[in-house]
Design a protein around this ligand. Structure first.
Ligand code: GTP
Ligand code: MG
Length: 196
């Protein structure tokens, strides 16, 4: 499976800058530095999305066209300790606005770093998504950095966290943006989800 050319078409720091709804959308959220932007690049075989080894790089909601098929949305990281409380609150509100308002939003992918698993900021975000009746699915990335038995344990723990959450998709997506493990299967699922 291959995605058509990825192109940036809008960035929003406030809800009034959200582009009009058109194609189906999937959004990537997660703590800072887990690898959200890298994942979008891997899926699209692109280097259009900026990535960094320092947390806090993505500072607005970025909208990308996957050709004319659907949109992939890159979100700022949550739970980032180095920005002040007021700024963190502004981003949280921005993300919540996007998630609640967007009727074209098909699914939220919550990206977790395989080394770190589920942190407090993640469980809070799971609860928020669940209460807003947003379908969300966990994507475990950087799986190249774990040995198979550790990875298996991580997945079991994540599944336990998801059990009480009605709007969580039970299957965990396991990928690496570095080795491309799992990426092709993930492309297939995303194409299916967006009706292609
Ligand atoms: P913010 O925009 O700050 O929220 O971060 P982000 O979640 O978008 O992370 P980003 O994609 O910028 O990647 C963070 C760091 O993790 C970079 O140094 C990437 O090279 C690295 N990285 C991302 N995915 C993988 C992966 O699958 N494996 C490995 N080994 N490193 C990865
Ligand atoms: Mg980013």
């Amino acid at each position: 499976y291959a995605f058509p050319l990825l192109s940036f078409f809008a960035g929003a720091k406030v809800p009034t800058s959200f582009p009009p709804e058109s194609l189906d959308e999937v959004a990537f959220v997660g703590r800072s530095n887990v690898g959200k932007s890298s994942l979008i690049n891997s899926l699209a075989e692109s280097s259009v999305v900026r990535t960094s080894d320092k947390p806090g790089l993505t500072q607005q909601i970025n909208f990308f066209n996957v050709g004319k098929l659907f949109h992939m949305i890159d979100m700022p990281g949550y739970g980032f300790a180095f920005v002040d409380e007021a700024e963190r609150e502004t981003w949280r509100e921005l993300m919540e606005e996007y998630i609640t308002r967007r009727e074209t939003l098909k699914r939220v992918y919550v990206v977790l770093d395989a080394r770190h698993g589920v942190k407090v900021a993640d469980t809070e975000f799971f609860r928020m998504l669940n209460s807003k009746k947003t379908k969300f699915q966990i994507v475990l990335t950087k799986c190249d950095l774990l040995k198979l038995p550790e990875l298996a344990k991580r997945i079991v723990t994540i599944e336990d966290h998801l059990k009480p959450l009605r709007n969580a998709v039970k299957d965990v997506v396991v990928v690496s943006s570095k080795t491309d493990a799992g990426i092709n299967q993930f492309r297939k699922e995303m194409l299916f989800l967006t009706g292609h």
